[in-house]
Design a protein around this ligand. Structure first.
Ligand code: 3PY
Ligand code: MG
Length: 248
């Protein structure tokens, strides 16, 4: 079953975030057995070609979900054409932006995705198969990570074509003047508003946390798309720990 199908079947999908521009790191993490990788094209310093190299290193071991830098036709087109199994669009705050994300990620007649011949289409060899299945097999995930998105969530959650709404707790808390206070009561209440609207519309929910403890409660609440940890954090945590053990 592909990633989009697993998401629609409400499987719990555990991933982690990739930000380091090295195919070897993507390969190592993919070998650990995650369901998906949150490839961060918004904040990490990687070009679209480097993301393609990382996807090649993953080699089909898990799903490659690329967060595009912003809601942009060009970025969505390239992310899907290099073979992403799905995209995450950051900062979707209005129903119009949500509709635009669908429009740019789905081929006609559902949307207006441009037709290319790239890695996703097997460089042409899989063209017919990809064109027939891409609208269904590529997942579209939008981020609710601003208080404006929370205000508009009842309308956003009704947009056809969205597979999941992924909470960005850090940006959301920042938009409420509480940067990084992801456990603050008002921030949590805003997250709960998103949860209610998504659950009413049968949209899967996603959440990001820096470690397992930060996401555990959300899994228990029925969130399915979970991203825990960041590659750079695994390196620094391991390095800090060994130093602490040897030089307490
Ligand atoms: C945020 O917390 O703002 C995020 O985008 C996490 O993915
Ligand atoms: Mg964010």
């Amino acid at each position: 079953m592909n990633f989009a199908e697993r998401l629609r079947k409400n499987e719990i999908l555990v991933g982690t975030m990739l930000t380091i521009p090295a195919p070897e790191v993507a390969e190592m993490i993919a070998k650990c057995g995650f369901d998906w990788l949150f490839m961060d094209g918004e904040h990490a310093p990687l070009s679209i070609l480097e993301w393609q190299r990382l996807m090649q290193a993953v080699g089909g071991r898990c799903a490659n979900i690329l967060r595009v830098p912003s809601l942009s036709e060009r970025d969505i087109k390239k992310a899907l054409d290099i073979g992403a199994d799905g995209i995450i669009v950051p900062m979707v705050n209005t129903v119009e932006q949500a509709q635009q994300a669908v429009n740019w990620s789905k081929y006609p007649p559902r949307g207006q995705r441009g037709v290319g011949l790239a890695r996703a289409q097997g460089y042409g060899l899989d063209f017919a198969d990809y064109m027939a299945s891409a609208n269904d097999r590529t997942a579209l995930i939008i981020q609710a990570e601003h208080i404006d998105a929370v205000e508009n969530i009842d309308d956003i959650a009704q947009v056809d074509g969205i597979d999941a709404v992924f909470i960005g707790p850090y940006d959301l808390s920042a938009s409420m003047g509480k940067t990084g206070e992801v456990g603050d009561a008002e921030v949590v209440a805003a997250i709960d508003r998103v949860k209610q609207a998504c659950q009413q519309n049968n949209i899967a929910l996603g959440y990001f946390g820096l470690d397992a403890a930060s996401v555990q409660g959300y899994i228990e609440q029925g969130y399915h798309l979970i991203c825990a940890g960041v590659d750079a954090g695994f390196v620094t945590a391991g390095a800090t720990k060994i130093l602490e053990d040897l030089k307490p």
